[in-house]
Design a protein around this ligand. Structure first.
Ligand code: HEC
Ligand code: HEC
Length: 264
């Protein structure tokens, strides 16, 4: 029996290891597949058609911008187009609204076409971000210095003057790189002089680490912070004490000998 249990435990551990390996592999592939394909003339043409139906009301025919509605996109490059479309920030519903993250409005094929069209006017490419090459310690230090003021050190986000700094729970490494280089809305833009490519890898690694709290030790409880965690510990402790008191109380009632010793 015991041997069978041991075999079962071993099988379970093996299974878990395989699942973990598969997950790690998948992540590796997702990172490798990131940069968009080279833009072809037909891709740009279908991008232009999509742009004219979904974007030019604010950004103008030919992406030159319309005063009071939307800025010119000439020169923002694949960098900004990919970021705003992959995070569902564009198309915006109203020109004055803060662009917020939602589900992308277009399937990947159409996003590629729109990105190719915007990129056809020139501008920076999507950065190649590899969190695996970064250093967690550097990432944490940089994040504390440049990002935590708005996004909090745990990346949970918060309110800044006139805007919402979003939680970074959903941002992929590539989107972290894009946000840093674009500087969307009130977020400052950081060029290579402020944050190098290697430092960007480290920042992305730190954000990834925040998204997988199982590595941090302790009990997360949704990572709401040390004070609630302490309270939960107290509540659990109190419940356990009540249970113990009750069990002892019941034993006393059932046990005539113990009752006698007390009365006597
Ligand atoms: C309702 C108007 C509106 C529509 C429709 C709209 N946009 Fe925008 N777009 C804006 C505004 C306003 C901004 C500036 C937002 C800001 O300040 O962050 C913007 C910003 C952008 C940027 C960032 C520019 C930069 O300087 O970094 C990109 C890229 C973009 N839009 C692409 C698109 C695409 C592609 C579409 C169509 C799928 C689209 N937009 C539809 C209003 C619009
Ligand atoms: C002044 C405040 C401020 C600072 C500093 C700042 N951000 Fe932001 N960040 C914002 C705001 C506001 C947005 C949302 C912009 C929008 O609505 O389009 C944002 C958006 C983002 C996003 C997109 C999140 C998503 O899910 O789409 C990422 C990633 C990000 N920031 C990372 C960083 C990193 C990394 C740093 C440090 C290098 C940083 N930010 C510094 C305010 C800030």
């Amino acid at each position: 029996m015991r041997r069978r249990l041991a075999a079962l435990a071993a099988a379970l551990c093996g299974g878990l290891a395989i699942v973990q390996l598969a997950l790690a592999d998948e992540r590796g592939h997702a990172a490798a597949a990131a940069p968009p394909a080279v833009s072809s003339a037909s891709l740009v043409a279908s991008g232009r058609a999509l742009f004219e139906s979904s974007c030019s009301a604010c950004h103008g025919i030919g992406a030159g911008g319309i005063h009071g509605r939307g800025p010119s996109l000439r020169g923002v490059g694949a960098l900004a187009a990919d970021f705003y479309l992959q995070t569902g920030r564009m198309p915006l519903s109203a020109s004055r609204a803060e662009p917020l993250r939602t589900r992308p409005a277009f399937p990947q094929r159409q996003i590629r076409a729109l990105v190719a069209y915007v990129a056809s006017f020139g501008g920076p490419a999507v950065p190649d971000v590899q969190p695996g090459r970064g250093s967690l310690a550097d990432g944490e230090r940089l994040f504390a210095l440049d990002c935590a003021g708005c996004h909090t050190i745990q990346g949970q986000g918060g309110i800044v003057t006139g805007a919402i700094a979003p939680s970074l729970n959903q941002a992929s490494p590539r989107q972290v790189g894009e946000a840093v280089r674009v500087g969307p809305y009130v977020m400052p833009r950081f060029g290579e002089a402020e944050i190098s490519a290697a430092q960007l890898d480290s920042l992305a690694r730190y954000v990834q680490y925040l998204q997988h709290p199982e590595n941090r030790g302790g009990w997360g409880i949704g990572r709401i912070g040390p004070i609630p965690e302490g309270m939960v510990a107290w509540l659990l402790g109190a419940a356990a004490l009540l249970l113990v008191a009750r069990v002892i109380g019941e034993r006393r009632e059932d046990d005539p000998e113990e009752r006698e010793t007390h009365h006597g």
